[in-house]
Design a protein around this ligand. Structure first.
Ligand code: GLC
Length: 756
């Protein structure tokens, strides 16, 4: 039957279905809308062959983030043969429109394609890397950054982003720590929700909202030795108390899709793990969205030694509940015969196809398959001034002032500055690892340009000093010369953008190349001049030597398209830094894993006697981190006082309110991220020495005070015990309100079983 007649029949049948079910169920809007979609999907699936259903479960990639339709000829052939349900790495209104036409106008049923892409921290307007964005603790700003990313991405034909990455990470050797929200469950869960709401908005049928994707389910950040794709092995209570919550938060936020992790979890690769995908995701959490494998992750189960061959991998993945095969071709090649051989239940394929079609209906692609491929909108939306302004603000509020002595910052009195380092004029690395469609050839504002805006050229002396990597010291001399001439030195050092992110684990987390030696030589040459170190990096670094050599250290991460302006706004005090670390900076790589809320052990090192024998410590370095979770300085000072609790004892049905007064005692107005921590002192399994259970970002003018209070529900104190029961246990809890995780508790409350 020619496609025109089919099209008409299909449209007519859908209209009939639509009107029929409008008469039906008058329950609330959401269920009616889902009923409408479900019924439409049912009627469409009745027309589909098994091969066409399998086609929906296959995703292919354009050749590397193409902006045009340079797609492998075979994939075009497969699209026309109804063997493809989605494409990734293809964008632009023109490019997506052309491929969409193949699917909609040259196939029997005209089912539109989904176009997915890694819009991780911006599409064209690139924001700071996600580890940087998390350091702002500003949920509103984080949501805004993903909303802007969705505005730009949806204007070039993208329906689906493979973000947010919500993997908890506590190992700086792992390059992908750069993509997440750090080490803390509570904060990472809040941030996950912000991203999902930003990308998906409040109505997926709008043309500027896109599907979000919680990835990588699960445990990827716990890869052994921080080596990417490596084995993950942990107790189920650790999985449930630490690694699962940000994914559950994404489901609660309405995330529409999930992506599998490359790693195995306790011997079973994630892409074939029915405990994860059927027992937890579907049965426990009632997730109804679609699950896509990571790139070729299904047939990698052969390498894992979990599948005999690619066909076996296809069997395992579909039976485990993985709906779509990204780039592996295993569903296309083997699912039909696996059904014939009764090795895959056709119901699983129907479920997978249904979830994929539902996503397309929710986006409105059946009403208008080309709604996202709008060239006029593409021109109008990309790099909007307000988007660039937002990126500049995010860069400023994401930076973390790690150290500031001798009033080195802000740069108010600087007459002539020596700007030194391989990243001073950088416009490429500044975008970070997932630079998406960001322009690495010149659009970004370098730190040099940012500082120029505050100073005239004549007052800036510049020398590169060295490269990011390599042993060349030939440029040291120029750098030392200008350091001697200037009033003060600002160094911009760090990593190359591809030293973090995927497949970029490092065993040495110091500054690469000769950068540390450069600082050492400069310090030697100008022992009494102020040295400010600005860092661009995608992971916590071992800054033990830099911490001694520099007067001030500003962690700028990779600050994005407007990074130079954002960093300069902080350096010159236009924005008083307020960022706080969401991941621990160790003293050296030997301490890893190190994070703020470890367990106490039976032999904790006494604070007042760090050298005591036979305690859980090292003989060559302190147990403490160099810079702890929650740490970040300001140009002003904030004093915490007058801690109060609404009760000393509460019952299971009560709540407790903790409050403290925060006063800006310094000379600058500024923001402070006030943090609430508790410690369950005794549990049926040992509990972390501290747990973040609340935070609030406040603004105080100099001299101003504010009372900040937090309500703690008993629900907030629950955890999974060794029997996997999620509950709370009576006992004494430490509690504190601070501006960092580095403190000793001074107050407690008691939770009793009796309901007062
Ligand atoms: C990559 C990454 C994943 C990304 C996907 C598509 O291998 O692991 O995060 O979304 O492939 O690019």
């Amino acid at each position: 039957m020619n496609s025109k007649i089919t099209q008409t029949l299909f449209v007519l049948s859908s209209i009939l279905v639509f009107f029929s079910c409008n008469i039906a169920d008058k329950s609330n809007h959401l269920s009616k809308q889902e009923t409408v979609f479900d019924t439409k999907v049912d009627s469409l699936m009745e027309l589909m062959t098994l091969e066409e259903k399998i086609g929906q479960t296959t995703m292919y990639s354009g050749s590397g983030a193409v902006t045009g339709p340079t797609v492998n000829a075979d994939f075009r052939k497969f699209i026309k043969a109804s063997k493809v349900g989605a494409m990734l790495n293809v964008y632009s209104a023109k490019g997506t429109r052309e491929l969409q036409k193949l699917a909609v106008e040259e196939t029997r049923l005209g089912i539109p394609l989904l176009f997915g892409y890694d819009v991780i921290h911006g599409f064209k307007t690139i924001f700071p890397i996600n580890l940087g964005l998390s350091a702002s603790w500003d949920l509103e700003d984080i949501q805004k950054s993903s909303r802007i990313a969705a505005e730009e991405a949806s204007a070039v034909g993208i329906h689906w982003t493979f973000a947010p990455m919500v993997d908890i990470a506590r190992d700086p050797r792992w390059g992908r720590i750069s993509e997440g929200a750090g080490e803390d469950v509570y904060l990472a869960s809040k941030i996950a929700k912000a991203y999902v709401h930003g990308f998906q908005g409040d109505d997926l049928s709008k043309y500027n909202t896109i599907l979000a994707c919680a990835k990588h389910f699960v445990g990827y950040g716990a890869a052994q030795a921080g080596r990417d794709y490596h084995t993950v092995n942990m107790s189920e209570d650790e999985l449930r108390n630490v690694y699962l919550p940000p994914f559950k938060a994404s489901v609660d936020a309405g995330v529409e899709t999930f992506m599998t992790a490359f790693n195995e979890v306790n011997g079973v690769p994630a892409s074939g793990n029915s405990f994860l995908y059927r027992d937890i995701l579907r049965d426990e959490w009632n997730f109804k969205g679609l699950v896509v494998s990571d790139y070729t992750a299904i047939f990698e189960m052969v390498q894992h030694g979990f599948a005999k061959d690619n066909k076996d991998a296809a069997r395992i993945a579909m039976n485990a509940g993985i709906d779509m095969d990204m780039m592996g071709s295993v569903n296309r090649l083997y699912l039909e015969e696996l059904v014939v051989e009764n090795k895959v239940d056709i119901a699983h394929i129907n479920d997978a196809c249904r979830r994929i079609l539902l996503a397309k209906y929710k986006l409105g692609l059946f009403d208008d398959p080309y709604k996202y491929a709008n060239e006029a909108r593409e021109k109008e939306v990309i790099y909007k001034p307000e988007f660039l302004g937002a990126a500049r603000h995010s860069a400023a509020i994401s930076s973390v002032l790690l150290k500031n002595e001798n009033n080195a910052l802000p740069l108010t009195s600087a007459k002539t500055i020596a700007l030194i380092g391989p990243l001073v004029k950088d416009k490429e690395n500044i975008l970070g690892n997932w630079g998406a469609a960001g322009d690495r050839s010149g659009k970004a504002i370098s730190v040099y340009q940012g500082i120029q805006e505050y100073l005239q050229d004549t007052r800036i002396l510049y020398a590169k000093g060295c490269e990011i990597e390599g042993d060349d010291e030939s440029k040291f001399k120029d750098a030392i010369n200008i350091a001697k001439k200037a009033d003060m030195v600002v160094l911009v050092l760090g990593e190359d953008y591809d030293m973090s992110g995927e497949a970029a684990s490092r065993t040495n987390i110091k500054l690469p190349g000769k950068q540390t030696k450069l600082i050492r030589q400069i310090r030697k040459a100008v022992p009494n001049k102020k040295i400010v170190l600005v860092l661009m990096n995608g992971r916590p670094l071992d800054l033990s030597e830099e911490d001694i050599l520099a007067d001030a250290i500003l962690e700028a991460w990779f600050p994005g398209t407007m990074g130079g302006h954002g960093v300069a706004d902080v350096l010159f005090g236009k924005y008083n830094p307020s960022g706080k670390l969401t991941v621990t900076f160790p003293r050296n790589v030997g301490q890893i894993p190190i994070y703020y809320n470890m367990k106490n052990t039976g032999r904790p090192i006494p604070k007042n006697n760090p050298k005591e024998d036979y305690k859980s410590n090292y003989i060559d370095v302190a147990n403490t981190s160099l810079y702890p979770f929650g740490h970040g300085l300001s140009y002003t000072n904030f004093e915490y006082s007058d801690f109060k609790l609404s009760a000393a004892t509460i019952g299971f049905s009560d709540m407790i309110t903790a409050s403290a007064t925060i006063t800006n005692t310094g000379d600058y107005d500024g923001h402070e991220i006030v943090q609430l921590y508790v410690h369950d002192k005794v549990g049926s399994i040992t509990r972390p020495v501290k747990e973040l259970k609340g935070f609030e970002k406040i603004f105080l003018k100099k001299g101003e005070s504010k009372i900040v209070s937090f309500k703690i529900e008993v629900e907030d104190l629950k955890f999974y015990n060794s029997e996997m029961v999620f509950g709370v246990e009576p006992g004494v809890f430490d509690i504190a309100i601070k501006g960092t995780s580095d403190f000793e508790f001074e107050h407690t409350f008691t939770l009793t079983e009796s309901n007062k």
